[in-house]
Design a protein around this ligand. Structure first.
Ligand SMILES: Nc1ncnc2c1ncn2[C@@H]1O[C@H](COP(=O)(O)OP(=O)(O)OP(=O)(O)O)[C@@H](O)[C@H]1O
Length: 231
């Protein structure tokens, strides 16, 4: 069974059509890049899947269920903006996640933070923006979720650290889970993607295996994106 199905999804804000009759199916065990220009509808799609917005038309199924309380138990979501309480210490945030999510793996979170040299005693407000993003990514990826949705992870992380973070996170996640990553850092991320989705003005213009797209065109996903969306 598919882990995520969008059928005929339309979302408007006033007269602005943010998503236009979208059909999308994702299978378990995939790492999928959701790629598109500014305003193409990526965050809107992600918010609909996380039940933070309601579609004007169409249906969404996550592991066979409508977005809601039940799906929050199996979807681990990294929003585009930080929600960490600045006054809390890293270890307090970990305890909070541990209390809140039955599938949270405390040992894994602590091991990942140690790997990234982030002290459990640091207060969130004293951390740099990039380090805060790393903490948030660790929290989200330390759940045993079926679907991980990452909206612009690592945007504030320096390029030298991105490879290490990706490798570390992916070396320890359950390969039966699916990860949907919205990102503009295509060159940094494309090597880990199984599949790519291009979104343009609320419509899907490509959905293809990353390898077959590269082989068919002889170009990287980053190059193809730049050519498709050249201004
Ligand atoms: N709350 C809102 N009210 C009105 N318009 C909105 C709202 N949220 C999104 N939009 C509009 O919907 C469209 C899609 O926005 P969305 O944030 O989904 O794009 P995006 O692909 O995530 O962009 P970016 O790459 O810049 O983050 C844009 O035209 C945006 O202005």
């Amino acid at each position: 069974m598919s882990i995520l199905e969008l059928h005929n999804i339309t979302k408007k804000f006033g007269s602005k059509v943010a998503l236009d009759t979208i059909d999308l199916t994702l299978q378990p065990g995939r790492i999928v890049g959701l790629l598109g220009t500014n305003g193409s509808g990526k965050t809107t799609m992600i918010k609909l899947i996380n039940d933070l917005l309601t579609p004007d038309q169409g249906t969404i199924q996550i592991d066979g269920k409508k977005p809601g309380i039940d799906t929050k138990k199996i979807v681990s979501y990294l929003p585009e903006r930080s929600y960490l309480d600045p006054g809390m210490k890293v270890k307090e945030v970990l305890d909070f996640f541990n209390d809140f999510y039955a599938d949270f793996d405390m040992e894994k979170a602590q091991a990942l933070l140690q790997d990234f040299s982030i002290s459990l005693d640091s207060r969130i407000k004293t951390l740099s923006k990039g380090t805060r993003e790393k903490v948030q990514l660790v929290l989200v990826m330390s759940r045993k979720a079926k679907l991980f949705i990452l909206d612009e992870p690592m945007a504030g992380v320096d390029p030298a650290a991105r490879d290490h973070i990706l490798d570390t996170i992916l070396s320890s996640y359950d390969e039966k889970a699916t990860i949907l990553i919205s990102t503009h850092l295509i060159a940094d991320v494309e090597r880990v993607l199984d599949e790519v989705i291009f979104l343009d003005h609320g419509k899907i213009t490509r959905q293809e295996e990353a390898d077959s797209l590269r082989i068919r065109t002889g170009k990287s996903i980053d190059q193809i994106f730049r050519e498709d969306f050249r201004c």
